[in-house]
Design a protein around this ligand. Structure first.
Ligand SMILES: NC(=O)C1=CN([C@@H]2O[C@H](COP(=O)(O)OP(=O)(O)OC[C@H]3O[C@@H](n4cnc5c(N)ncnc54)[C@H](OP(=O)(O)O)[C@@H]3O)[C@@H](O)[C@H]2O)C=CC1
Ligand SMILES: CC(C)(CO)C(=O)C(=O)O
Length: 310
């Protein structure tokens, strides 16, 4: 299976790197600065499952030609337009796009551009980051890449992707028959942790130790109500797992959005927090907390644009 990975950041670097390490046919579609760094130092992974420094194949957008089975799309939501323009020359009738972005609305955007049949659903449960010196760091043992046909059911192509990743260490890739439901579950999970950690500028343990466990549970309940209104009720087993996750006083759990804020980077505020606030309004769920989180993200972006970050 020929895989093109757009982006060699936290997720692209980690999952693409693990597949390359296992002998998979992987090429990274990167911008010139990252291409230069990868050529110089290789792709460096630091992970509880074993570190690696790998020579990897790269290509830049101008040199891209068709002939890929899968494009693993790992950009941030604010780069989606540019990423779609970059992958367009790679697309042909056999190519499936597997996006791992958080959120939901990118699926329709990709379908509108490339056709419904070209786009898979996908999500990741992992905590990883790209350090300023170009190292992909996995921060704990979360390692799951989950994907499937947006319309539901299994297919030869998603089974083939699962098989391609089978030998890769430090990750578990799974094809599922209900990816739409699973993406809503991820949004409820991420929505709770992003609203919580971004509004409080603290990790889950710090919020809980500060007396915020009940508040996090309320955010979780509201996100579940939003998902239910949109046709995706959360199973009780899911709620039990995340009620426990959001009550742990010792937890160091934080989101990629909080890490980006702390590093002064752009964030996916509208794509995740703005989307959730709007979805809450449509669902008739009390919106005050979601509105505050979305506003907080917008105010952060304003401050960043004004060059006034500490
Ligand atoms: N990090 C995490 O722990 C998790 C992240 N996610 C989600 O996964 C998605 C990706 O996040 P993450 O991996 O952290 O992001 P990163 O910023 O670490 O990586 C994204 C990469 O995409 C590259 N990119 C963007 N546009 C293009 C383009 N047109 N051509 C080539 N490369 C491009 C960027 O390259 P450049 O360096 O050139 O800008 C960047 O390196 C997000 O939606 C995030 O919310 C989900 C679960 C966990
Ligand atoms: C929910 C979480 C923390 C884990 O995958 C995530 O998606 C993120 O940090 O962006």
């Amino acid at each position: 299976m020929r895989m093109l990975v757009l982006g060699a950041g936290a997720l692209g670097g980690y999952f693409g790197g693990r597949l390359a390490e296992a002998g998979g046919d992987v090429t990274f579609l990167v911008r010139p600065r990252r291409a230069e760094r990868l050529a110089g130092q290789g792709l460096i992974l630091e992970s509880p499952f074993g570190d690696a420094r790998l020579p990897v194949k790269t290509v830049t957008a101008e040199a891209l030609t068709p002939g890929w089975d899968v494009i693993l799309l790992t950009c941030k939501a604010y780069d989606l337009e540019d990423a779609m323009a970059s992958i367009a020359p790679a697309m042909d009738a056999r190519t499936a796009i597997l996006p791992v972005l958080n959120g939901l609305s990118h699926i329709e955007t990709l379908q509108a551009r490339f056709g419904v049949e070209r786009v898979l659903g996908g999500l990741c449960k992992i905590q990883a980051t790209l350090t300023p010196d170009g190292v992909v760091k996995q921060l704990n043992d979360w390692r799951w890449l989950t994907f499937g046909e947006v319309a539901g059911g299994m297919s030869a192509r998603v089974a083939a992707i699962e098989a391609a990743f089978a030998g890769a260490r430090g990750m578990e890739a799974k094809a599922v028959s209900n990816i739409a439901q699973r993406m809503w579950e991820k949004l409820v999970h991420l929505g709770t942790s992003a609203v919580g950690t971004v509004l409080m500028r603290a990790n889950v343990g710090e919020i809980v130790r500060g007396g915020g466990s009940a508040w996090l549970q309320e955010v979780l309940a509201r996100n579940a109500a939003i998902a239910a209104h949109h046709g995706h009720p959360m199973p009780e087993s899911f709620m039990a797992e995340y009620r426990a996750l959001f009550s742990e006083p010792g937890s160091a759990y934080a989101t990629s959005m909080l890490r980006d804020i702390e590093a002064g980077n752009r964030i996916e505020g509208e794509h995740i927090l703005g989307f959730l606030a709007e979805a809450a309004r449509r669902a008739g769920v009390e919106t005050a907390i979601h509105d505050a989180a979305a506003l907080h993200a917008r105010a952060y972006e304003q401050r960043r644009a004004a060059n006034r970050l500490p």
